[in-house]
Design a protein around this ligand. Structure first.
Ligand code: HEM
Length: 423
């Protein structure tokens, strides 16, 4: 919103701006324009309408934001181990996290802010996001299998692990590192500004000190998927358009069919989803010495337009039989996998070099689905013969039950799970 647009109306109060930002935005509206964006301030008092790119995505709703939300540019993903054995303390942490998350997605600081409080105490907020826009920050929490198995007794949720929260089987060719896999909890922070995403994870970790500890984390850039079909499809580090055929945030029926958990699952999961995270290393040096023909054969799409083999346009329906039998798209396509369909939301990563002069780069693959037994698992099994395997290796893996959205200011992350269980 520009000054011109607001000049004829009385100055909106911070509360009314938040009301518009919180209730009036449809999924993806922030990206599509028209969002009321709020500038970040430490006590919220000087919030101003700002440009659409920095807008706020509503935190409250039936589903958690960060799944069907138009994909933001940057990622900071963190998996946590639980350290506390005190159920009440853990529940309080979930409540405190929810409160802080809601504030940060609105572009506010945590607690009393980054300065101006007691000089004898460390400030509530670490301060590096002061002056930055909300940047469409979304924070999405997930619960790993070990939360129920390892900590279930202490936390009173031992019998609450959903059947659908399965341990992933071993897949051929993977080389998983323990220190980059698993986790009792995860938080996915997505934002258009990396500093906003990092600030959010850092402050949640800080609030959790002594109760949870970060097990591993991953930064991501250059989104490799699109949940807004009209936007330009981004390219992955292999130079190909990635995310062409995905579930859009506006496709309510497909989201209901393939992404949102329904009443047939555990009660507390209705409206939630299941997340598979895989750190996939790319052998970019080998790939870069591969002919264009081979590269295009590997995916079954051309590098320039992104069109499927034999077709002219990116969005043309793929004709799978025209592709090589081991082409990635042919093997990953729902028609090859009894209709299995994923909402992909991954990011590229480059974490320096590996000591042998090679880039430690690849795809941090994130996929949401109603049931991993009918989503990721069959697709990944089908990819056992993928021509792409010569150029990639899965080195990290985790699966999480992502509970439904936080309904309002009195609700909190995981309330359905913990309120149904006895201490
Ligand atoms: C580094 C690893 C990977 C790379 C570089 C990669 C790249 C691509 C590219 C370029 C496409 C075509 C454009 C598109 O429709 O998005 C594609 C499609 C797809 N990929 Fe991957 N992918 C990788 C890993 C995976 C994994 C692990 C899975 C799931 C287990 C997966 C599932 C899919 C699916 C479902 C499609 C769409 C197929 C269709 O409906 O046409 N990909 N991928």
């Amino acid at each position: 919103m520009t000054d011109d647009e607001t000049s004829n109306s009385p100055s909106p109060s911070r509360r009314s701006l938040l009301a518009v930002g919180g209730a009036g935005l449809a999924l993806g509206a922030a990206a599509a324009g028209g969002a009321v964006a709020l500038a970040r301030s430490d006590d919220g008092s000087d919030m101003q309408p700002a440009g659409e790119a920095g807008g706020a995505v509503p935190f409250h709703g039936a589903h958690q934001a960060g799944i069907a939300t138009a994909v933001q540019d940057r990622l900071h993903f963190a998996a946590f181990d639980v350290k506390t054995t005190d159920r009440e303390e853990f529940v309080q942490l979930l409540k405190d996290w929810t409160k802080a998350a809601a504030r940060m997605t609105e572009g506010r600081t945590v607690g009393e802010g980054a300065y101006g409080g007691l000089v004898e105490a460390p400030p509530d907020d670490t301060g590096e996001a002061l002056g930055l826009q909300p940047s469409r920050l979304t924070l999405t929490i997930g619960f790993g299998p070990s939360l129920f198995d390892k900590h279930g007794k202490a936390l009173g949720i031992a019998d609450k692990r959903p059947d659908a929260l399965v341990d992933l089987p071993k897949f051929p060719g993977e080389n998983l590192e323990k220190t980059r896999s698993g986790g009792d909890l995860c938080v996915q922070a997505c934002a258009d500004d990396p500093q906003v995403a990092v600030h959010a994870i850092r402050n949640l970790a800080r609030i959790g000190m002594g109760k949870v500890a970060i097990r591993w984390s991953q930064l991501g850039f250059g989104k490799t998927s699109s949940t807004t079909p009209d936007a330009q499809t981004p390219r992955n580090l292999m130079g190909f358009k990635d995310g062409t055929r995905n579930i859009a945030g506006t496709e309510k029926d497909r989201l209901a069919k393939h992404v949102w958990v329904d009443a047939s699952d555990a009660d507390w999961m209705e409206g939630g989803s299941y997340l598979v995270a895989r750190r996939i290393r790319m052998n970019v040096e080998t790939w870069d010495r591969t002919s264009l023909q081979e590269q295009e054969d590997v995916f079954g799409r051309d590098k320039g337009e992104g069109a499927p083999v034999g077709k002219a346009k990116e969005r043309d329906e793929p004709f799978l039989k025209a592709m090589k039998p081991d082409a990635h798209v042919r093997l990953a396509h729902p028609d090859t996998n009894h209709g299995a369909t994923l909402l992909r939301r991954g990011y590229s990563f480059t974490d320096g070099t590996d000591g042998l002069g090679r880039l430690d780069a690849g795809l941090f693959f994130l996929a949401y689905q109603k049931d991993v037994r009918k989503g990721f698992i069959p697709v990944q099994r089908s990819l056992a013969t993928d021509a792409l395997n010569e150029y990639i290796q899965h080195v990290g893996s985790a699966v999480f039950a992502v509970p439904p959205g936080v309904r309002d200011g009195s609700d909190w992350w995981g309330r359905g799970l913990f309120e149904q269980t006895e201490a």
